[in-house]
Design a protein around this ligand. Structure first.
Ligand code: SAH
Length: 211
């Protein structure tokens, strides 16, 4: 019995009302990836509040409205191979899981990456692959990717990630220091075309791997 189904349905209904959740496929994907599965005990009761929450190691799980917007902005059709930078709790990757073919996600904090990997496998998100590593390098062995999503903010999108984006692909990222802008970049004829989507606040993207 899933005792939190009502809370989850209420949050999703609120996001629809507020205009943050416009694609019914994304709403279904969020229903299939219950957020409370991805939270440590102290944050778990707050899972269905529309706010970022602590997941330990100074990091946060993203706000549901932002996950809804970013997932929608990826324009997934089901067959894509997606790279995520910043696994964190694993929740964004789980939401992507039912909307595309494969999710490759990279986390620099080893303990977080391991916890996310365990949660994802325990709940059967079999097409999500977690790597402990530095997201500035992407995941070359599995490139090119049809879509790339960053959930930590670099000052500017790392070159390696553009190199690993397929022609026609979309990359969504919060960019900037302090004031960040959520951008959607499309690779068209080898060049990048950029739209600015919204002002956002994400944790910074940091280099190197941490134990
Ligand atoms: N998508 C996550 C949000 C996590 S917050 C979720 O759904 O919970 C952003 C994460 O990015 C943090 O866990 C942080 O450690 C990670 N991060 C920051 N810089 C990184 C880098 N260079 N490579 C990989 N992960 C990085």
């Amino acid at each position: 019995m899933d005792f939190r189904r009502t809370e989850r349905a209420q949050l999703i209904a609120d996001l629809v009302t507020l205009g943050d959740l416009t694609d019914p496929r994304v709403a279904r994907a969020m229903e299939r990836a219950p957020r409370h599965w991805f939270l440590p005990d102290p944050s778990e009761p707050l899972a269905y509040i529309d706010a970022p929450l602590s997941i330990g190691w100074g990091q946060t799980i993203s706000q549901p409205a932002i996950v809804a917007q970013m997932t929608t902005a990826l324009e997934l059709n089901g067959g894509e191979r997606v790279l995520e930078i910043g696994t964190g709790s694993g929740w964004q990757a789980a939401v992507l899981s039912s909307l595309c073919a494969e999710v490759y996600t990279v986390e620099r904090i080893a303990a977080l990456g391991r916890r996310a990997r365990d949660t994802l496998s325990k709940h059967g998100f079999a097409n999500v692959h977690v790597r402990i590593g530095d997201g500035f390098e992407g995941w070359r062995e599995h490139a090119p990717f049809d879509r790339i999503i960053l959930t930590a903010a670099p000052r500017e999108t790392p070159r390696a990630l553009y190199d690993q984006l397929a022609e026609g692909g979309i990359l969504i990222a919060p960019v900037g220091e302090g004031e960040q802008v959520l951008v959607r970049d499309r690779k068209v004829g080898g060049a990048i075309q950029r739209d600015e989507l919204a002002a956002v606040v994400f944790v910074p993207m940091l280099g190197g791997v941490a134990a």
